[in-house]
Design a protein around this ligand. Structure first.
Ligand code: B12
Length: 228
């Protein structure tokens, strides 16, 4: 049974709070939902993402303007932070599955989805080096080398910033280290077609998809290393 079927009125209140940019109400209802013990990942996928997608649609069609976008963004961020704290509690693995260097690309300050992706990787037992937002290709590479990363993950939300994902791929290639890393991309401006075009190893439409893909790719890589 989905969250919406189980708790229709709570879910509707949270969606309305996000759409109206009501941060206090968003925090209140998110806390209530989490205290009932609902699945935090479901809350992201079924409430936060669709609500913020609707906010984006309204912004694009000029039904709302920048102040409203910012208020909904702040409400979305507050909800995500509460959900991330809950997710962090479930990460119990001692030996990390792998090291992930994650960031939002240069020129892009959208970090709600990247933060959720970081939390989910952590909850699944990965060590995450979170570089934050507005991260240059050089910083991705530097952090990956310094932390002996297995995976580099780049997030981009705008059509003008998605080239930042290509910049990372190009720098890895030019530096002769492309095969050292599994390179994953995601965020609203990325699709499988673009990921293939820039030669990324994978694309995650959602954070959960990205984590599953990472697990598969890392297992394949370790299997190959054992055969050699
Ligand atoms: C919230 C928001 C903001 C907030 C950001 C707050 C923050 N701290 O992030 C604020 C108000 C600051 C903001 C600012 C701006 N925004 Co804005 N924003 C949004 C909005 C409404 C939601 C984005 C979001 O958080 N979604 C929810 C998260 C959970 O989803 P997500 O990021 O896609 O992440 C999920 C997956 O993609 C995946 N994922 C994400 N990253 C990664 C990485 C990897 C490796 C993997 C595997 C998976 C993965 O996991 C997540 C969970 O499943 C979008 C609308 C939209 N449809 O996206 C517009 C949107 C992205 N913004 C837009 C614009 C234009 C701007 C501004 C330029 C506005 C302005 N005129 O100033 C500025 C940008 C400034 C800058 N330099 O970056 C446009 C971009 C248009 C385009 N296509 O280029 C959008 C699409 C709105 C629109 N329809 O016009 N914004």
């Amino acid at each position: 049974m989905s969250l919406i079927e189980e708790y229709p009125s709570y879910v509707q209140t949270m969606k309305d709070a996000l759409l109206n940019g009501d941060e206090a109400k968003t925090i209140e209802v998110t806390k209530e939902l989490l205290s009932i013990g609902i699945d935090p990942v479901g809350l992201i996928q079924e409430v936060v993402v669709p609500s913020l997608t609707e906010v984006g649609r309204r912004f694009a069609t000029m039904e709302i303007f920048l102040p409203e976008l910012m208020e909904s963004g702040a409400a979305g961020r507050a909800a995500s932070e509460l959900i991330e704290t809950e997710l962090a509690k479930t990460g119990t693995v001692v030996e990390p599955l792998g090291v992930v260097v994650l960031g939002t690309v240069k020129g892009d300050i959208h970090d709600i989805g990247k933060n959720i992706t970081a939390s989910l990787f952590k909850a699944h037992g990965f060590k995450v080096i979170d570089l934050g937002k507005d991260v240059s290709a050089a910083s991705f590479l530097e952090a990956a080398e310094a932390n002996r990363a297995d995976i580099i993950g780049a997030s981009a939300l705008m059509s003008i910033t998605r080239a930042g994902c290509r910049d990372v791929a190009t720098l890895l290639e030019d530096s002769g280290v492309r095969n050292k890393y599994i390179y994953l991309v995601g965020g609203g401006s990325i699709d499988q077609y673009y990921a293939d075009e820039i030669g990324a190893d994978g694309f995650g439409d959602t954070a959960a998809e990205g984590v599953e893909l990472a697990k598969k790719l890392i297992a394949n890589r370790r299997e190959l290393e054992n055969v050699r």
